[in-house]
Structures are given as C-alpha cells and as structure tokens.
Design a protein around this ligand. Sequence first.
Ligand SMILES: [Zn+2]
Ligand SMILES: [Zn+2]
Length: 103
Amino acid sequence: MKKINESFICINCWKEVSQAARTCRNHCPYCFVSLHVDEKIPWDRKTTCGGKMYPTAYEIRNWQLKICFQCKECGKIHRNKRADDDHVEKLDEYIKQYKEILY
Ligand SMILES: [Zn+2]
Ligand SMILES: [Zn+2]
C-alpha cells in the first residue's frame, strides 16, 4: 500500500514539505497553496482539474481552525482543517495576496 501522507515539494513556494504529524496534509504549511486533485472528499483524487487552490478565508469552529480554499481554474471551494505545523500567523497576509491572483 502506498502511503498518501508523504513529503512533497510545494508547487507555489518550492519548499520541501514534510509529513504532517497527525493529519493527511494537502496544502503547503508555508504558503497554504495546494493542487486541485480531489473531487468530493479529500484524497479521493477523482478530479482532473489540477489547478492551484488558494486560501480565501478561514473560520474557527469548536476551537479548530478551518481554511477555505478556492481553485483558480474551476472555482471549486474546499474546506480543510489546519495542520499542526501550518504557519497560520501568516495566513491573513497570504489571503490578501491571493485575492489579487484569484479575482
Ligand atoms: Zn508553499
Ligand atoms: Zn479546479
């Protein structure tokens, strides 16, 4: 069985991203960008879009930070939990930056 929780190189900032401690990571902990590979549920890998997904907003529910991501190519929106080692102190700043890319 191939493990899906493995390190990868970020397609946006080119930093090497290691495994998340407890969650299956699908976004970069430094710049929060991910690739649109999932159709309905995280890690189903059913879509062929492959566009870049950027964070657009976040919300805190039950003490958990959830981040909304939007695909630049098809406009699809995904919500995802933050990973433990996400650099969330920069998230606000990035959301502002990415708005210019998305709209
Ligand atoms: Zn990155
Ligand atoms: Zn897409």
